[in-house]
Design a protein around this ligand. Structure first.
Ligand SMILES: Cc1cc2nc3c(=O)[nH]c(=O)nc-3n(C[C@H](O)[C@H](O)[C@H](O)COP(=O)(O)O)c2cc1C
Length: 288
């Protein structure tokens, strides 16, 4: 068992990257120390702290300044419990004092267009992508702000498991779709495992043009890292109707490949996997 003092809390240290002192500022320190935390103390956040977080979220860049997103701040215990139920029963959602929900929002754009006396014609697939990106960027800003204030958090994609029930719970008008949640709060003791290793830089960062050079070598390197960290112990995904293969390392590659053969292990809700287009259309996003 790894003790709290053994864990590595910063990616630069984990990867042996030495930055000159002037580059290792507070922002870089916070960003490279990110770890999703899933256990919180029952301690409310001061209002001003929450305002600092939502103001940071609202400061994210936004496509064409359309600001096609909204943030719902949920503190009510019973509402958090109901949202947790709708989001795969993840207990940390109930524990965290605040659950923020980041929505793609074209309701306001439709409203403004109509109020100005015009017909809204921007209900396109691109508009949904744009609104989902605006929501995602504001989520990330909120998370970084929270972490910079000594709080911890975890994004919650499973808020999309049951979009209709979530929309009812939050009274979302047509044109507003909950893209992801974010639980934030003061972390409980001993819930960290250390920053999670990422794929080697050579795999995800490309110089000038996309390259797959030495991809197998780097993927194997990452597999060995994740295996030595026992990341997938007790979390193996069974193969869809196929017998287990002998002698295959169960690392990131095998885990990820198995998940990609069984999309229900990525998006649990069938309505989301198979019917997202229809659901989005019902929620006021036409994807022409
Ligand atoms: C859009 C998004 C949705 C996520 N949804 C969940 C979730 O529903 N439950 C959960 O426990 N973690 C969730 N996560 C956290 C990821 O599992 C986590 O970021 C990833 O494993 C990497 O670990 P790290 O954040 O500790 O570096 C989500 C992350 C993102 C970016």
């Amino acid at each position: 068992m790894t003790s709290t003092s053994d864990i590595i809390r910063n990616r630069l240290e984990l990867e042996g990257i030495n930055l000159p002192k002037d580059l290792f500022n507070h922002t870089i320190e916070v960003l490279t120390s990110h770890e999703s935390v899933r256990g919180f103390l029952p301690k409310p956040l001061p209002d001003k702290m929450l305002q600092a977080i939502t103001t940071s979220a609202r400061s994210a860049p936004t496509s064409s300044n359309l600001q096609a997103y909204s943030i719902l701040v949920v503190k009510d215990g019973q509402r958090k419990d109901r949202l947790a139920m709708l989001s795969g029963n993840q207990q940390f959602i109930c524990e965290a004092p605040v659950f923020l929900i980041f929505c793609a929002d074209i309701f306001r754009l439709k409203y403004v267009t109509t109020q100005q006396g015009y017909r809204f014609a921007a209900d396109t697939l691109e508009m949904f992508l744009l609104a989902a990106m605006d929501a995602s960027l504001s989520l990330q800003n909120a998370l970084v702000a929270a972490e910079s204030l000594g709080l911890a958090g975890v994004p919650v994609g499973s808020i999309r498991n049951d979009p209709k029930a979530v929309a009812e719970e939050l009274k979302l008008p047509k044109g507003v779709f909950a893209v992801a949640g974010l639980s934030i709060g003061y972390e409980r003791e001993a819930v960290r495992r250390g920053v999670k290793p990422r794929l080697p830089e050579q795999v995800t960062v490309h110089e000038e043009q996309y390259s797959t050079e030495n991809i197998d070598h780097y993927l194997n390197e990452y597999d060995q890292t994740m295996i030595s960290r026992r990341t997938y112990d007790g979390r193996r995904v069974s193969l869809a109707g196929e017998p287990e293969k002998d002698g295959v390392d169960y690392g990131w590659c095998e885990h990820t490949a198995r998940r990609c053969t069984r999309p229900e292990t990525i998006a649990v809700s069938a309505s989301l996997r198979e019917n997202l287009r229809k659901i989005l259309e019902e929620h006021g996003f036409s994807l022409r």
